[in-house]
Design a protein around this ligand. Structure first.
Ligand SMILES: Cc1ncc(C[n+]2csc(CCOP(=O)(O)OP(=O)(O)O)c2C)c(N)n1
Length: 298
């Protein structure tokens, strides 16, 4: 694995090739490409059921690295299996990348992920987070933000999302972070830090989903940028317990610019949008002081 510090250092070699089936503008495809560019070909990917399963499935083998598809609740258990097999075979220097959706991470697979973290297995876990169970029709997941329309929250989700990075960091793992596909170098650096850490690691990767969120297919990157610059999705890391912002914001863009380009927020009334704005501002006031554990995540 060669250290990547800038866009010029990103290898040209593609370990994800064409031919799979995904929606136009899919961010999870880009997230997988970036993950494998960062980690290199000595990587085994573990995936549990979701959109990406349909991308890499017989007869469409779209990765040049091994890909293990497991039942939706099993990615964490799969890590232990693969690590045990590598030990038996005497193989070293192979990365295990879990590439798993938010429904499978925050909800259905939480127990096996927590178990793998507790056991201290070595792995890089990337939750490609489109804030819903997209593959089965965009139902609410615990990663869905407050106020968001999904097919199971037609009036908008009425409670906050699960603080997943806090939950993982509370396991005492050496590295946990957020990232967004719109900030590829930030993501790649985090992946490489995670791969070098000796133990379980977790990256929550925001993946704006044109189909589920209701924006133009060509706007995936711009939507992710707005998630970050409005403060809705802060970029940070927790390295050996130490919290730091990797993209600190002195001034937040108004949340309105993020909400108005997505159909999933069109039902919101002006006062609800203002409630979200003040929620994010409160969160940032704490983040700037390093009081991460006191935040309530939007
Ligand atoms: C135990 C179990 N419950 C439900 C399903 C049906 N199912 C297949 S894919 C999927 C959606 C997974 O959502 P997420 O992990 O967020 O990934 P995405 O679809 O967004 O890629 C569900 C619910 C399943 N395969 N197994």
């Amino acid at each position: 694995m060669k250290d990547i510090a800038s866009i010029k250092g990103v290898p040209n070699e593609e370990l994800v090739v064409g031919g799979g089936s995904l929606c136009a503008g899919c961010p999870a495809d880009l997230g997988l490409k970036l993950s494998l560019k960062a980690l290199g070909k000595n990587t085994i990917v573990i995936n549990s059921s979701g959109c990406m399963t349909l991308f890499v499935t017989y007869p469409y083998m779209t990765t040049k690295v091994p890909w293990l598809h497991l039942a939706i609740e099993n990615a964490g258990a799969g890590v232990s299996g693969v690590n045990a097999a590598l030990r038996q075979l005497g193989k070293k220097g192979i990365n295990i990348l879990c590439y798993v959706g938010d429904g499978a991470t925050y909800d259905i697979g939480l127990q096996s992920l927590s178990g793998a973290a507790e056991r201290g297995e070595k792995f890089v876990y990337v939750c490609y987070n489109n804030q819903s169970f997209s593959n089965t029709g965009v139902q609410m997941s615990s990663a869905t933000s407050f106020g968001t329309y999904t097919t199971t929250t037609p009036e908008g989700k009425s409670f906050m999302r699960k603080p997943m990075v806090k939950i993982m960091a509370a396991h005492g793992i050496p590295y946990a972070a957020t990232a967004c596909v719109s900030y590829p170098i930030d993501f790649i650096k985090k992946l490489q830090k995670a791969a070098k850490a000796n133990g379980p690691t977790f990256i929550d990767l925001l993946c704006p989903c044109p189909t589920g969120w209701g924006f133009e297919h060509s706007n995936t990157i711009e939507t992710g940028r707005l998630a970050v610059t409005t403060g809705a999705w802060p970029l940070y890391e927790i390295e050996k317990g130490k919290f730091s912002l990797t993209f600190p914001l002195q001034k937040l863009e108004p949340i309105e610019s993020y909400l108005k380009i997505q159909r999933r927020f069109h039902h919101l009334r002006a006062e609800q949008a203002m409630e979200i704005q003040s929620l994010i501002e409160r969160q940032w006031a704490l983040l700037r002081q390093g009081k991460y554990w006191e935040t309530q995540e939007y």
